[in-house]
Design a protein around this ligand. Structure first.
Ligand SMILES: [Mg+2]
Length: 505
């Protein structure tokens, strides 16, 4: 990087900015030093200070929290839903040649139901240009800007609090890991219709795909398949908590039979002894809101019993119910309870906002993204990007034509680097957590609803149960960073880096 700047400065037309730019070289070097600290993918990250010392009761979601599935399951969901579209909804036979594309979509994307566009939106409701897809092809920026009269999406058309699209809310957000095949199927069918110039109604398509995917889940087609792939180290985590005398419970939307087979595989036949309460088919998020649904006992064979529930007993299986009743029967209230889930909205939002339990988000994608961020290539790109931003910020005040020419060149270079910072994560949509410079809509929700977040529940094995998680105290935009400034001329490049970290929080 230093060499890059030197080369820039040696060119005669850059003479006017040479002294200033040269003085920045050592700051760039400092950034390099700061940013080469690699992050351990098994770290638990804190949005909010929390001590495990205070936690007496641990609760878990099941799918993608305790049990993980191979991407093979996504292929299966895609194939079955595609075939349902053809056989039940009379979609064209030609769709059958579309296969699941494993790395097409990322979680947290928004889908404009009326315009049939899949896209990534940032924390300020701006569309990340370059990530808008119609079918399997990107939509040119100019076309996006014309359609949305800019790139801002008004609140009125964003999906509701749970990511669902209701009347008038045409932007649906896909938050579930199971929604990866759904997004891919939508894109494939859109692609087919456009390729063949078929006039179709995107709203009907969205509803039909949603229904076909729901059929795969609800009608149990998926539950009959044996696709529990691995439990990572879920068993070791549960054992550790149990050995430390912690209470544990499970609240899942999946049916008992499915959970039982998975947990037997992950933990063993006696898995139920680890849990004080097991709730299946809970119907989250309405489980957290709807006081009316009573708990119902289910036998091992799946038969529903009719007796009124006065206690939630260990060893028994309960279906549905609601959180208010759960709190009344167990007395497990407030910040001594920590609940883990992978769905930021339906698992964690209400607990944080209404009920005061502590929350832990399981974000499996973190592991892959951190590994990418630790690569030399990524560190190099980001260091140069931050350096350029710092150079532009400082040098823009020089209004003479020669200096402006250099600054303009830097601005163009910064623009040209954007695709690199995106494509390194996913060629279509980039990182789950960032648009080019901002946190994503997903990131913002994550930081609001999760006290802590991690790639897998197994990260808990790296900490003892007295550990306190402290969020990094990053300076707010109006606060000065705590380490000394290196340049007498106000803001310097290293403080830019520090600020960009603050933005991500
Ligand atoms: Mg889940």
């Amino acid at each position: 990087i230093a060499i890059n700047i030197s080369v820039l400065c040696e060119t005669s037309k850059y003479n006017s900015v040479l002294p200033k730019a040269a003085s920045l070289i050592h700051q760039v070097y400092l950034i390099q030093v700061i940013s080469t600290n690699s992050v351990n993918p098994d770290t638990i990250f804190a949005n909010n200070e929390m001590s495990l010392r205070d936690i007496e009761i641990y609760g878990f979601d099941y799918d993608y929290t305790l049990a993980f599935y191979s991407s093979h399951l996504h292929t299966l969901i895609f194939n079955i839903a595609r075939d349902i579209l053809i056989s039940k909804h009379r979609y064209p036979e030609g769709l059958r040649k579309y296969e699941y594309i494993p790395n097409f979509a990322v979680r947290g994307l928004h889908y404009d139901v009326q315009k049939a566009l899949l896209m990534k939106i940032d924390a300020f409701h701006y569309i990340q240009l370059g990530t808008v897809y119609r079918g399997l092809n990107p939509v040119p920026d100019e076309e996006v800007i014309a359609m949305y009269e800019g790139s801002h999406v008004p609140l009125e058309i964003m999906s509701d609090f749970y990511g669902k699209s209701t009347h008038g809310h045409t932007m649906k957000q896909f938050m579930d890991i199971f929604s990866l095949p759904e997004m891919t199927l939508l894109s494939c069918v859109n692609d087919f219709f456009m390729r063949h110039n078929i006039d179709y109604e995107p709203v009907h398509l969205y509803k039909d795909v949603k229904e076909a995917i729901r059929d795969v889940h609800v009608k149990g087609i998926m539950y009959r398949a044996k696709y529990v792939c691995y439990g990572e180290q879920s068993h070791a985590v549960l054992k550790k908590l149990s050995e430390h005398g912690k209470k544990m419970f499970l609240i899942t939307n999946s049916p008992f039979d499915f959970v039982n087979r998975g947990m037997t595989y992950i933990v063993g036949k006696d898995w139920r002894e680890l849990f004080d309460v097991v709730i299946v088919q809970a119907d989250k998020p309405s489980f957290f809101n709807d006081r009316r649904k009573p708990f119902r006992r289910v036998t091992d064979k799946g038969a529903l019993l009719w007796d009124r529930i006065h206690r939630l007993d260990k060893g028994q299986i309960y279906k549905q119910g609601n959180l208010y009743e759960f709190l009344r029967l167990t007395g497990w209230r407030g910040s001594k309870v920590l609940y883990f889930g992978d769905h930021i909205y339906s698992d964690l939002a209400d607990l944080t906002l209404k009920h005061g339990w502590r929350t832990g988000a399981i974000i499996p994608e973190l592991r892959k993204e951190i590994k990418i961020m630790n690569t030399e290539q990524y560190v190099h790109v980001m260091t140069w990007l931050q350096s350029l931003t710092g150079l532009i910020e400082q040098m823009q005040v020089h209004r003479d034509p020669a200096s402006q020419a250099v600054v303009d060149e830097w601005i163009r270079e910064r623009e040209a680097m954007k695709p690199q910072t995106k494509d390194i994560f996913n060629a279509q949509f980039g990182s789950l957590f960032r648009t080019y410079h901002n946190p994503t809509y997903f990131s913002r929700r994550l930081s609001r609803f999760a006290d802590i977040y991690m790639a897998s529940i197994s990260c808990l094995l790296n900490y003892d149960l007295q550990h306190t998680f402290f969020p990094r105290r990053t300076p707010l935009q109006h606060e000065s960073p705590f380490w000394p400034e290196y340049s007498p001329a106000g803001l310097n490049v290293s403080s830019r880096l520090h600020r960009s970290k603050a933005e991500s929080d």
